[in-house]
Design a protein around this ligand. Structure first.
Ligand code: MG
Length: 370
């Protein structure tokens, strides 16, 4: 299949509520959307880089730069034999994984639409519904956090993930466990701690979180292995895992018992499938992380999370929690049983609201083979 035309759109949407992590406080999300066309079919992708480089080095501007200068010239007019070929063509480009994923995932959507199958089917998914969890940002008080958790549980979510940071950690876990004795909750530190905080993690063991996500440095696996030997709570890596090789090494040295997969972080669906497979071979469960995606990115996550080893509820939640404005016609909702339906139509299976995107876009650019 020959890539005949690509369009990029930079879209910025306000969040309904500011979202705080150990590294950031965000009020808006700016994502690059890619529209790719071949033989009358159209595929869509969405970047996940936050506005500031607190999660990785990538931002919407670096995504745009990498697509514009380096990535798209590799793909325009090129004949791709299958959806995994994009990943092979881009393999020589180091880093820029969120930029690569933006177009790589659009091309998976395109292939699925051309074949008339759902993206889930093309990826090898086996679920028609996925279990949903929700990520909750750092709150100013424990009382307000508990109110938010009550609201989310009433909405049907099967587990909650609580962001923590130094000063809002051990007592948060304690208060949440005391208020909700049977709640499935996990903690996400986004790399805010070091091994000097070992006593804190030992204290947290007593409150039985399902896991603690990325407690130590964003580029570490060795200290995480040391930490895991000392604590009962399973460690789950997010930021440290960029490839299936990273996943293999982290599991083999005992640095992680669970892996958070984000297709954007690892360079797209082909790489995400490899991380999924390496984890499955080692009996390490995975779940699908979230980066406050708009509707297109959210749809990609739902299809990816239908693969068999995504056995834990991920951060895939209803769009209405985050945004007033929708860029797809069928916003994702969570049923009372805490699951979400995987769209059955071709590709990502949702109607992309192109008019809305074209009206909102702060920047656009069109590419055709030279
Ligand atoms: Mg995380």
């Amino acid at each position: 299949m020959r890539i005949e035309r690509v369009e990029l759109f930079m879209v910025r949407l306000p969040l309904k509520r500011a979202y705080e992590t150990s590294g950031s406080r965000e009020t808006h999300q700016t994502h690059v959307l890619a529209r790719v066309e071949s033989e009358g079919a159209v595929g869509w992708g969405e970047s996940v880089a936050p506005e500031q480089p607190w999660y990785s080095g990538e931002t919407p501007k670096t995504v745009w730069y990498a697509l514009d200068e380096v990535i798209l010239p590799q793909l325009l007019g090129v004949d791709l034999g299958g959806p995994a070929d994009t990943d092979l063509k881009l393999a020589w480009i180091r880093e820029h994984r969120m930029a690569k994923a933006t177009i790589e995932m659009a091309i998976w959507d395109l292939f699925a639409k051309r074949e008339g199958v759902s993206l889930s089917k093309l990826l090898g998914g086996t679920r028609t519904r996925i279990p949903c969890g929700v990520a909750i940002g750092i709150h100013p008080t424990v009382e307000s956090l508990i109110e938010t958790i009550e609201r989310e549980l009433a909405g049907g979510y099967q587990r909650v993930k609580l962001k923590i940071k130094p000063g809002a950690d051990g007592h948060v876990a304690e208060a949440v466990r005391n208020r909700f004795p049977n709640l499935k909750f996990m903690l996400d530190a986004n790399s805010a701690y070091t091994l000097a905080d070992l006593q804190l993690f030992k204290r947290i063991d007593a409150y039985h979180p399902m896991m603690i996500e990325q407690p130590l440095a964003h580029d570490d696996i060795v200290d995480h292995a040391t930490l895991q030997k000392e604590i009962a709570t399973p460690v789950c890596l997010d930021e440290s895992i960029h490839t299936s090789e990273d996943a293999r090494k982290a599991v083999d040295i005992g640095a992680t018992k669970i892996i958070n997969i984000k297709a954007g972080r690892v360079g797209g669906h082909a790489s995400a499938k490899r991380v999924h497979d390496v984890s499955a071979e080692r009996n390490v469960p995975v779940w699908c992380g979230g980066m406050l995606e708009f509707g297109i990115g959210r749809a990609h996550n739902v299809h990816l999370a239908s693969l068999p080893n995504f056995s834990l509820p991920g951060d895939v939640s209803a769009s209405e929690r985050y945004f007033e404005t929708e860029i797809i016609g069928e916003p994702f909702t969570v049923a009372k049983d805490g699951t979400m339906k995987v769209p059955a139509g071709p590709g990502i299976g949702v109607t992309v609201l192109e008019d809305v995107i074209r009206t909102l876009a702060l920047q656009t650019k069109e590419y055709r083979p030279g």
